[in-house]
Design a protein around this ligand. Structure first.
Ligand code: PAF
Length: 275
């Protein structure tokens, strides 16, 4: 597996691949890889392509310095996992190289600042927008893979695609289902910040919410556990609040529950389809 740390070099590498008629899959990550990331890698195997994973903990998408500082980092282990899973190239840029010096004035559709995570994490989606555009422009991928656990992020990626890349190249955004552990907890790098007792507590709470939707309006907060939001959305409505113009027909009448909860200081998100 090649490891590339400079933007100029990755562009050179991917231009060379394109000139040899190779397709490129990009799996963007912030590291601390788990089975959720592996499922993205696995999905990329359905597309004949050179597999590039990126690893960059993007400071622009964290709301608090403490959250950024505490984000788990396991680079050596991640490199071994990527090698074992047949990734051809790891792009691991430095922040001064990958983040632009001047930020454009970003104006995202209403939902990204007023709904779900966007309401509670000011600036988060602008931060994701900046890094994802940088990665696409540097690598020029044909396929990109994102998990449904970060559903609103997926809407952002679809929006970026619609606004900038739909007519230019044939980039395909592939969304992959959430991967859960045996207790039903959605896999997330942040789960590593929980102790066993907290993990048991949070998976039980989320299961309660899934099974007893009437709890939606019941405050469940206590000292170690608090709910930031739990909301039910019709998906075509949600997509249009995020500026997506071509609402896929298959979304009609589909509904999902979205939630964000705190266990101690750790913030977790989840979402699941309901009938
Ligand atoms: O989902 C993530 O890991 C990050 O938000 C992403 C897409 C790699 C951008 O930093």
């Amino acid at each position: 597996m090649e490891i590339i740390t400079s933007k100029k070099e990755i562009t050179h590498y991917t231009k060379f691949l394109k000139s040899s008629n190779k397709k490129i899959s990009l799996i963007p990550t912030m590291g601390n890889l788990h089975d959720g990331h592996l499922s993205l890698i696995k999905s990329s195997e359905d597309y004949e392509s050179i597999k590039i994973a990126s690893l960059f903990v993007n400071p622009l998408q964290f709301n608090s310095k403490e959250d950024f500082k505490n984000y788990p980092s396991t680079i050596d282990k991640d490199i071994k996992i990527l090698q074992k899973n047949n990734i051809d190239c790891l792009f691991m840029p430095d922040k001064n190289d990958i983040l632009p010096k001047d930020f454009e004035n970003i104006k995202l559709p209403w939902g990204f600042n007023n709904l779900l995570c966007g309401k509670y994490r000011p600036g988060h989606f602008e931060g994701v927008y900046i890094i994802v555009k940088q990665l696409i422009d540097a690598i020029n991928p044909d396929y990109m893979f994102f998990g449904e656990k970060d559903y609103q992020q997926l809407l952002l990626i679809k929006y970026i695609h619609q606004e900038f890349y739909k007519n230019i190249n044939k980039l395909l955004i592939i969304s992959c289902p959430t991967i859960r552990d045996a207790s039903g907890l959605a896999l997330s790098s942040r789960n590593n910040l929980l102790n066993d007792k907290q993990k048991t507590l949070v998976s039980k709470k989320i299961l309660d919410i899934r099974e007893n939707l009437m709890d939606l309006k019941t405050p469940l907060n206590n000292d170690d556990f608090s709910i930031e939001y739990i909301e039910e959305w019709n998906l075509s409505n949600l997509h249009s609040q995020h500026g997506l113009l071509d609402i896929e027909k298959k979304l009609n009448n589909k509904k999902r529950i979205f939630l964000a909860i705190y266990v101690g200081k750790v913030r977790l998100i989840d979402n699941f389809e309901i009938q």
